[in-house]
Design a protein around this ligand. Structure first.
Ligand code: HAM
Length: 421
C-alpha cells in the first residue's frame, strides 16, 4: 500500500524550506520594529468560537471547516484562520490593560476544506498580525504601512492595495436594509447562491464572482457612502495616514471580505501575478469581536498574509543550509579522526558533514560539491603519517593549505569563521 498526503495538503521539502525561513525570519524582525511580539497557539479550538467569531452564514463556517467530535465528546475545529483565536487568547489571559494595544503576530498552518487550485490549499499557512485594543484610524494606517513595507522587503514586485469601509454596528444596519431593498429589486439577475443569501448576508453579494451579480453590484449603493460620522472620521484617518506616507491604494466599494466580524476599514493586497487567487493578504477592523468572545468592548484590527501566495511572488534569497565543511577521509584510522573532529567543529559553531564509509577522494569531493560545502578537510593515511590534514576551499579558487593535527579543530574553526565574517 502506497500513501499520499491528503488532498490539498502538501509536504514542504527541505529544498524549499530555506525560502519559507527567509520570509518568516524577515517577518519576525520587521514586525518587531513596530513593537509586535510573536504568539503561538493551538491548532484546535472549540467549534463554537469560530461559529460565533467568523459568522454562521460565511463560506468558512458553512462549508469549509474541519470539525470533529473528540474522545471527550467536545466539538473541535482545526483553525481556519487566527483572528478569532487571537481574541480568545486575549480574553482568556486577561490582557486588556495594555496601553497602546496588544500587538501580536503568529505564523502557522490554517485549514479550510476548499477546492484546491493554484495558490489555494486545504492546509495553508498564514502570517497573521493583530492589534487589539485601540480604535484609532491611524492604527490601521500604520498596520497597512507595515504590511506594504514588509511585502516590499520580501521583494514581491508590484501589488495593489484595495481599501473599503463597511461601516459599524451603528451605520451598517441602515445600509444593509438599503442594499437588501436594492438587491430585491433585481433579484432575478442574481445567482442562486446570492438569492439565498440576500436576506441572510447581503454584503456577500457584493463580491460574488458571477457575471450577473457583478452587473447588478455595479449599480448597488456603497457602504462607504453611508458611514456614520465616527466611521467617516476613522476611515478619513486611515486614508490620510496612507497618503501622508505616500502609499497608493484604490477604493473598492465591493471589497466586503468573507468573514462576518469585519466592521469599518477593510483591505486586501492583490497581485496580478497570482492568477485567480490574487489576494496575497486580507484584513480589516473587527471592533465587537472581543466582546462577542466574552471580553470587554474593545476594538481590534489586523491582517493575514497567505504564505504560499507570498512565496509565489517573493524573490528573497533562501536561508542557506550549505555546510561550512565536508570531512573527506581515506582509511579506517582517518575516518575515526574525522568523526571526532566533526564533533569538535560543530561545538565551535560550524556546519560540518561527516559521512562514514569507504569512498574514493574524487567521489567525496564530488559529494562535497553537490552539498555546496564551503571547504573540504582531507585526512588520509599519508596525512596522518605526517600528522597533518589538508584544508581545501571549494571556492573561489580551490586554495589548499596543510594544517598540523595538533590544535586542528581550533585552527580550522578560526579559518572558516574568518572566511564567513
Ligand atoms: P482571509 O482573507 O480569509 O483573512 O485570509 C488571508 C489570506 O490567507 C488570503 O489573502 C490568502 O492569501 C490566504 N488564504 C486564505 N485561504 C487560503 C487557502 N485556502 N489557500 C491558500 N491561501 C489562503 C483571514 O484569514 C483573516 N483572519 C485576516 C485578518 C486578520 N483579519 C483581521 N486580522
Amino acid at each position: 500500500m502506497k500513501y499520499q498526503s491528503v488532498k490539498g495538503m502538501k509536504d514542504i521539502l527541505p529544498g524549499e524550506v530555506g525560502r519559507w525561513q527567509a520570509v518568516e525570519t524577515l517577518a519576525r524582525e520587521y514586525f518587531s520594529r513596530f513593537g509586535y511580539k510573536e504568539i503561538r497557539s493551538p491548532i484546535l479550538e472549540k467549534t463554537e468560537l469560530f461559529i460565533r467569531g467568523i459568522g454562521e452564514t460565511t463560506d468558512v463556517v458553512e462549508k469549509e471547516m474541519y470539525t470533529f467530535i473528540d474522545r471527550s465528546g467536545d466539538s473541535l475545529t482545526m483553525r481556519p484562520e487566527a483572528t478569532a483565536q487571537m481574541c480568545r487568547a486575549y480574553v482568556e489571559h486577561k490582557l486588556h490593560s495594555q496601553t497602546g494595544g496588544w500587538k501580536v503576530f503568529t505564523i502557522g498552518p490554517m485549514f479550510r476544506h476548499e477546492q484546491p487550485q493554484k495558490g489555494r490549499f486545504r492546509q495553508f499557512h498564514q502570517i497573521d498580525v493583530e492589534v487589539i485594543g485601540p480604535e484609532e484610524g491611524l492604527v490601521d494606517a500604520e498596520l497597512i504601512s507595515m504590511l506594504i513595507g514588509f511585502l516590499e522587503e520580501c521583494r514581491v514586485g508590484p501589488v495593489s492595495v484595495r481599501l473599503n469601509s463597511l461601516g459599524c454596528r451603528n451605520c451598517r444596519p441602515a445600509y444593509r436594509e438599503k442594499l437588501i431593498e436594492f438587491l430585491k429589486g433585481r433579484q432575478e439577475e442574481l445567482c442562486p447562491e446570492c438569492r439565498r443569501r440576500l436576506e441572510l448576508n447581503p454584503l456577500r453579494v457584493l463580491d460574488c464572482k458571477s457575471a450577473g451579480c457583478k452587473a447588478v453590484v455595479a449599480d448597488a449603493p456603497a457602504a462607504a457612502d453611508h458611514l456614520c460620522p465616527t466611521c467617516q472620521a476613522s476611515f478619513g484617518q486611515v486614508r490620510a495616514g496612507l497618503e501622508g506616507l505616500g502609499l497608493d491604494y484604490e477604493l473598492d466599494h465591493r471589497l466586503v471580505r468573507g468573514l462576518d466580524y469585519y466592521v469599518g476599514t477593510t483591505f486586501e493586497v492583490i497581485s496580478g501575478k497570482l492568477g485567480g487567487q490574487d489576494a496575497v493578504c486580507g484584513g480589516g477592523r473587527y471592533d465587537g469581536l472581543i466582546a462577542e468572545v466574552g471580553g470587554p468592548d474593545q476594538g481590534g484590527t489586523g491582517f493575514a498574509i497567505g504564505l504560499e501566495r507570498l512565496l509565489l511572488l517573493s524573490e528573497l534569497d533562501p536561508v542557506s543550509d550549505r555546510p561550512d565543511l565536508f570531512l573527506a577521509h581515506l582509511g579506517q584510522e582517518a575516518s575515526f579522526e574525522a568523526f571526532k573532529l566533526g564533533h569538535q567543529l560543530r561545538a565551535a559553531g560550524l556546519k560540518v558533514i561527516f559521512e562514514p564509509g569507504e569512498k574514493s577522494l574524487k567521489a567525496q569531493l564530488r559529494r562535497a560539491g553537490k552539498l555546496e560545502a564551503g571547504s573540504v578537510l582531507i585526512l588520509g593515511p599519508e596525512e596522518l603519517e605526517r600528522r597533518v590534514a589538508v584544508l581545501k576551499d571549494m571556492e573561489p579558487d580551490g586554495e589548499q593549505r596543510e594544517l598540523g593535527l595538533d590544535g586542528l579543530s581550533d585552527r580550522v574553526a578560526e579559518i572558516i569563521h574568518g572566511k564567513k565574517a
